[in-house]
Design a protein around this ligand. Structure first.
Ligand code: ZN
Length: 54
């Protein structure tokens, strides 16, 4: 049981992941993924909208 588990390809570009940046292959792909998350989070409606009028 010394073999590491099969690494999934980088979700951004599909290249083999770099252990340093797993599951991504490079800092760039990690940043891209983070950016996607960030944008999605901002695109979602606020979970707890502070509405002083209600
Ligand atoms: Zn990549």
């Amino acid at each position: 049981m010394t073999n590491p588990p099969p690494a999934k390809p980088c979700p951004i570009c599909g290249k083999p992941p770099d252990p340093t940046h797993a599951p991504f292959c490079s800092p760039r792909c990690r940043t891209i993924d983070l950016g996607r998350w960030f944008n999605e989070d901002y695109a979602l409606p606020a979970t707890t909208p502070l509405d002083p009028d209600s």
